[in-house]
Design a protein around this ligand. Structure first.
Ligand SMILES: NC(=O)c1ccc[n+]([C@@H]2O[C@H](COP(=O)([O-])OP(=O)(O)OC[C@H]3O[C@@H](n4cnc5c(N)ncnc54)[C@H](OP(=O)(O)O)[C@@H]3O)[C@@H](O)[C@H]2O)c1
Length: 305
């Protein structure tokens, strides 16, 4: 992997403009909305008058606290709801999507933001390495399960619904040598990347995060291919988005593990990370793109190749 954080300096200096378009009447969902960029995206949507806002969170207490903070900002007229969602567990994802089907006759915007960057190699209950589980597998499942409701909303409002998948510029830093041999895994790149590194290769959570975000780009492209009707007409705008480097809790588990790692992350934070709210603004801008945003990558402030 060849990390190139220098463009983040420029992005930090240029900043992201706060979106101003109204979301009045729109019913929206943000996953992983109790903290970080997801929280700021939800707060921004509230300030732009989104009708209903669902905060999809794995910790209900933290979700309620996030709701309290959004309401305390006193902007907009949104109804904010906190719903339980654990992306580590497919049955939780399925329950969540079924609840959307049952209780939300319309869903106009879904921002799939939940993501993790743990320090250690961990296999979750579904048998996948935990970064892959949350950033890729559960994101793909939830996106698939939400498509019908997003489609149905478009049919009612005649205003295209949006599905936004959160990715990262880090996927561009990857090289072919960053991927293990798939031969032992029946040719499955997902299984190969999910397996504990062997042959003296050290577990590298930042590399795994970048790989997961490359897979998330494929998830977004695949969902985009499913978002048209039988007549080829676009029914949901599916866009991937990178918030750029932002202050958040993402590296919480990597801090304090070793002096050099903590120092590197602290220096990176000081030099490169934008205020968290600007990452949220990138999501909201992506969620308001016209149909030219379909199947494309919104990199911080603009659609990018
Ligand atoms: N910060 C950056 O510079 C940056 C750059 C590029 C892309 N991103 C992406 O932006 C997204 C948001 O990250 P962030 O930086 O805002 O980090 P963050 O502050 O750590 O927020 C991550 C959110 O995801 C939630 N989450 C994690 N695992 C979950 C699970 N199993 N089920 C449900 N929710 C779960 C977290 O909930 P808990 O609080 O309960 O853990 C939290 O709400 C991620 O997809 C990340 O990869 C971030």
């Amino acid at each position: 992997m060849k990390p190139n954080p220098l463009p983040f300096l420029l992005e930090r200096w240029a900043g992201v403009a706060k979106p101003t378009n109204s979301f009045a009447g729109r019913r929206v969902l943000v996953t992983g909305a109790n903290t970080g960029i997801g929280f700021e995206a939800a707060a921004t949507l509230a300030s732009l008058d989104a009708d209903h806002i669902i905060l999809g969170v794995r910790n209900m207490d933290q979700g309620m606290e996030a709701r309290r903070k959004i309401e305390a900002r006193g902007q907009g007229k949104s109804n904010v709801h906190v719903w339980e969602l654990d992306m580590g567990d497919y049955s939780s994802v399925q329950r969540f999507a079924a609840r959307i089907e049952k209780e939300m006759p319309r869903l106009d915007v879904a921002i799939l933001n939940a993501g993790i960057s743990p320090n250690d190699y961990v296999v979750g209950v579904e048998g996948w390495e935990s970064i892959l589980q949350v950033n890729v597998m559960a994101t793909a499942l939830l996106g698939l399960l939400l498509l019908p409701r997003l489609r149905a909303s478009t049919a009612v409002t005649h205003d295209l619904s949006h599905l936004v998948i959160v990715t990262s510029t880090a996927h561009r830093w990857l090289e072919l040598s960053d991927f293990p041999d798939t031969a032992k895994f029946g040719g499955s790149i997902l299984r190969a990347v999910s397996a504990r590194p062997s042959d003296g290769n050290k577990w590298n959570p930042l590399l795994q995060n970048a790989r997961s975000k490359l897979f998330a780009m494929y998830v977004s492209e695949s969902l985009a291919a499913l978002a048209t009707g039988p007549n080829g007409k676009l029914e949901v705008i599916v866009t991937s988005v990178c918030p750029g480097a932002c202050k958040s809790d993402l590296m919480r588990d990597l801090l304090g593990k070793s002096f050099s790692q903590t120092l590197t992350l602290r220096v990176f934070d000081i030099l490169f990370n934008k205020p968290t709210e600007q990452g949220g603004w990138s999501y909201v801008r992506a969620a308001a793109l016209p149909s030219e945003g379909h199947g494309r990558w919104y990199k911080t402030t603009a659609l990018t190749q």
